[in-house]
Design a protein around this ligand. Structure first.
Ligand code: 5GP
Ligand code: MG
Length: 184
C-alpha cells in the first residue's frame, strides 16, 4: 500500500488549519468551555487543538472525554456512549471534538445524550474533517471545520482502518479496493 501517494492533508497544512480553528474557538466559545473529545479517533486532533487554544489563553478551559463504540445490534448499528469521569456537567457549555463528521449519526447520538441525560446547556461542534455529501442527519452542522473533503475513506492523524494508520502525522486516503467498506 503506497499511502504516501495518497496524501490529502499534510502535517504542515493540518498545523496551519489548527491555528486558525483555535483562533476562532477562542473568540466564539464560552470562557469556561468544556472540551469533550470523542474517543478514540479524535485523540491527536484534540491534543493539538487544545495546545493551540490554551496558547491563546482561554481561561477556565476544562477537558472531559466521551467514549463512543459502535457495534452491530440485532437490527442495526448501535452506539454505546460512556463518559468515564462521571463528573456532573449539568449547565455546562460543551465543545464536542471529533475527527470526522460523516453521516452525522454519531454526533446526533452524543448531542442527544448530553442534552437529555447530562443536561448540558449549550453544545458547539469542532471537527477536523467534514464529508457533507454523506450526511444523513441534515440538522447536524459543525460550528468549526478544518477541511471539507469529498467521499473518500481517510486514515492517519488519529483515524484508523482496522486499527492501523492512527500514528501517521498526516491524513491520507485509501482507495475503495484497499478497504472492505467498514469504518472506524
Ligand atoms: P458518522 O456517525 O458521522 O457517520 O461517523 C462518524 C465516525 O465514523 C467518525 O468519528 C469516524 O470514527 C468514522 N468515520 C467516518 N468516515 C471515516 C473515514 O473516512 N475514515 C475513518 N477512519 N473513519 C471514518
Ligand atoms: Mg470516531
Amino acid at each position: 500500500m503506497r499511502l504516501s501517494n495518497h496524501v490529502l492533508f499534510s502535517a504542515p497544512a493540518i498545523g496551519t488549519t489548527l491555528e486558525n480553528m483555535a483562533k476562532r474557538i477562542r473568540n466564539e466559545t464560552h470562557p469556561e468551555i468544556l472540551f469533550m473529545p470523542l474517543m478514540h479517533g479524535s485523540f491527536m486532533f484534540a491534543a493539538d487543538l487544545m495546545r493551540q487554544v490554551s496558547r491563546h489563553c482561554l481561561p477556565g478551559l476544562e477537558m472531559d472525554f466521551i467514549n463512543v463504540r459502535s457495534y452491530q445490534g440485532t437490527e442495526s448499528k448501535q452506539l454505546e456512549l460512556v463518559r468515564p469521569s462521571h463528573r456532573p456537567i449539568r449547565g455546562r457549555h460543551v465543545l464536542l471534538i471529533d475527527d470526522i463528521l460523516d453521516t452525522g449519526k454519531t454526533m446526533k447520538a452524543v448531542t442527544d445524550y448530553l442534552f437529555d441525560v447530562e443536561q448540558v446547556d449549550f453544545i458547539q461542534i469542532a471537527v477536523l474533517l467534514d464529508k457533507p455529501s454523506r450526511r444523513q442527519v441534515k440538522t447536524m452542522r459543525p460550528d468549526f471545520v478544518g477541511k471539507v473533503i469529498e467521499d473518500k475513506f481517510v486514515v492517519g492523524y488519529g483515524l484508523d482502518y482496522n486499527g492501523h494508520y492512527r500514528e501517521l502525522p498526516y491524513i491520507g486516503y485509501l482507495e475503495p479496493e484497499e478497504t472492505d467498506g467498514s469504518t472506524a
